[in-house]
Every structure is written in C-alpha cells, then in structure tokens.
Write a protein that binds this ligand. Structure first.
Ligand SMILES: [Zn+2]
Ligand SMILES: [Zn+2]
Length: 141
C-alpha cells in the first residue's frame, strides 16, 4: 500500500460513510451475474482494501450469498438509499471489497483487472489491455 492519502467516500444519501487511510487498491471490474443484478446490469467497479485501514460508519444492511467463487459473500448496502457499499468475503477476512462509486469521480484508477468476463453479455464494456479472467483469478495473497 504505497498510498497514504486519506480518502473519504459515502453512499448516495450520505448515511454510510467510509474513510480510507491506506489508499485504494487496484480497481477491479467484475462482470459476474451477481454484480450485474446488484449494479443494474453493468459490471461492478471494485477495490479491495485492508479492513485495518478502513473506517465504515452508518447503518448498513447485508445479504449473504454463496458467492460464485465458492465461499460466502456478504453484500452490504445502505438501507436508506440502497447504494451497494461493499462486500465481505469469507475467503478474505481482513479485507473489504468496496464499490469505487462511493468515492468522488477520478478517485479510482482505471480498471487493472477484469474478472468473470465469461458471465458478461456481449455488450458489456470489458477494458482492453488488462488481465482478463473468465471466472476469477487464482486466490492471491
Ligand atoms: Zn445511503
Ligand atoms: Zn461480481
């Protein structure tokens, strides 16, 4: 984590706020069918951050599914405005997967990896020139 800038984000209504002290990670674009449902049809743009560097405040609600990738995934959202905020993955207990849309435009880097492209409809924009995975990449860490 080279970045040390403090970043603030929030859901659309401002009830859920997030503060990052370790910077954002690489931006991922996820084309899985679950993200398509949550995001209204498009891919999700995400960044994985350390929980230790992340402060989330405000009431969130979560919904746990057996993620396409295997382990349980709990997808959180603001109960007031419905904005999807982040996910918690059983397989990454010390990380949050944040929606980059919580932050001001231009806060996130352009996508650096595309995952679950095999689930994308033909018309999804899949960023060219970055690693693409039909499903998910092998677990890293
Ligand atoms: Zn909200
Ligand atoms: Zn997804």
């Amino acid at each position: 984590m080279p970045e040390t800038e403090v970043l603030h984000g929030q859901c659309l209504c401002g009830a859920v706020k997030v503060t990052l002290t370790g910077g954002m990670g690489r931006t991922m674009e996820c084309h899985c069918s679950e993200c398509q449902t949550v995001m209204g049809g498009g891919p999700a743009y995400l960044t994985m951050v350390d929980r230790a560097n992340t402060d989330l405040s405000g009431e969130r609600r979560g919904y746990t599914v057996n993620g396409a990738s295997g382990g349980e995934v709990t997808r959180f959202f603001c109960p007031v405005c419905g904005t999807p905020t982040h996910s918690e993955l059983e397989s990454f207990p010390d990380k949050y997967v944040l929606k980059v849309g919580l932050f001001a435009p231009q806060s996130a880097a352009a996508p650096g990896i595309a995952i679950w492209t095999g689930s994308a409809p033909d018309w999804h924009p899949v960023t060219e020139g970055i690693p693409q995975f039909e499903k998910r990449p092998l677990p890293q860490k």
